[in-house]
Design a protein around this ligand. Structure first.
Ligand code: HPA
Length: 271
C-alpha cells in the first residue's frame, strides 16, 4: 500500500470527471438500482482504474460512477470486492481509500445479509449499529499503516450516531420498517451450518454477511462517518433451515432495494 498507487488511481478518476464528491456509496450484492438515480453520470470500470482489483463475480457489473443525487455530488461503487473472490484485505478496502482521496466526507454502505435475529423477516432492512469481525484478519495489518493514519484505531462507535438517528427518522416518516442490530462478517463463500448460525446468535449477531466490516474498519481509520444498511435476504433459523438459493438472495435484495433507495436518497437530501 503506497500513496503513489492511490495518487495514480485518483488522477485517472479526476481526468474522467470524478471531481469533488461529497458522499461515497457502496452498493452490495443485488443492490444496483440506486445507480439509476444518478444525474449526469460518468463511469469508470474497475478494470480500467489503475491499481483497482479486477472485478470477478459475474452478477456485479463492477464500476465506479460519479454524478449528482438530490443535488449532492456522489461517487458510487456498483459492486464491491469480497475476500471470498480471492482478494486480500488491502484489495477489498482499496476503493474506500481512493474515494477518501477523491474527497468524500461521508460513506454509505449497503449489503445483503442473512437474518440471525428471527424477529427480523426476509425483505426487512437492518441499520447496522455495531459489528463483529469474524473474517480472521484486518485491513490495517500492514507494515506502513501509520503513513495513512493511526495503527490502533478506535472502534468504540464505528457507525455515525447522527446519520443513524436521521435514517431512523426518515424510515419512520416514510413508514418503512428499519430494524437495528449487530452485523457479523464471515469470509464465505459457503453459507453457514446450523451450528454456525447457533453460534452467531450466541455471539450477539443479528445479521451475517460476507462484506462491509473491512470497509468500515478502513473508513474509521480515515475518520469517515459511516452509515450502513443490510438488506435481509434470508432467515437463518437453525431449527428449520432450508437449503440456500443464491438466486433467491439476489431476488429478495432486488425486491427490497426500492425501500433502501428511498432511505438513502432522503438521507442525502438531509445531510
Ligand atoms: N450468510 C452469509 N451471508 C449471507 C447470508 C447468510 O445467510 N445471506 C446473505 N448473505
Amino acid at each position: 500500500m503506497t500513496q503513489k498507487l492511490l495518487d495514480e488511481s485518483v488522477a485517472y478518476l479526476r481526468s474522467k470527471g470524478f471531481v469533488d464528491p461529497e458522499i461515497g456509496i457502496v452498493l452490495g450484492t443485488g443492490l444496483g438500482q440506486l445507480v439509476d438515480e444518478i444525474e449526469n453520470p460518468v463511469e469508470a470500470h474497475y478494470n480500467h482504474i489503475p491499481y483497482f482489483p479486477l472485478a470477478t463475480v459475474e452478477f456485479h457489473s463492477g464500476k465506479l460512477l460519479f454524478g449528482t443525487i438530490e443535488g449532492t455530488q456522489v461517487v458510487v461503487m456498483q459492486g464491491r470486492f469480497h475476500l471470498y473472490e480471492g482478494y486480500d484485505f488491502l484489495d477489498v478496502t482499496y476503493p474506500i481509500r481512493v474515494m477518501h482521496q477523491l474527497g468524500i466526507k461521508k460513506l454509505f454502505i449497503s449489503n445483503a445479509a442473512g437474518a440471525i435475529n428471527l424477529n427480523f423477516k426476509k425483505g426487512d432492512m437492518m441499520l447496522i449499529e455495531d459489528h463483529i469481525n469474524l473474517q480472521g484478519g484486518s485491513p490495517l495489518a500492514f507494515k506502513n499503516v501509520t503513513e495513512f493514519g493511526d495503527r490502533f484505531v478506535d472502534m468504540s462507535e464505528p457507525y455515525d450516531i447522527e446519520m443513524r438517528k436521521k435514517l431512523e427518522e426518515i424510515a419512520k416518516q416514510k413508514g418503512i420498517t428499519l430494524q437495528k442490530g449487530v452485523y457479523a462478517s464471515v469470509v464465505g463463500p459457503q453459507l453457514e451450518t446450523k451450528a454456525e448460525y447457533r453460534m452467531l446468535k450466541i455471539l450477539g449477531a443479528d445479521a451475517v454477511g460476507m462484506s462491509t466490516v473491512p470497509e468500515v474498519i478502513v473508513a474509521n481509520h480515515l475518520r469517515l462517518p459511516i452509515v450502513a444498511v443490510s438488506v435481509l435476504t434470508d432467515e437463518c433459523d437453525p431449527d428449520n433451515l432450508e437449503p440456500i438459493n443464491v438466486q433467491e438472495i439476489i431476488e429478495v435484495a432486488g425486491k427490497t432495494e426500492p425501500k433502501m433507495v428511498k432511505l438513502f436518497k432522503e438521507l442525502i437530501k438531509q445531510i
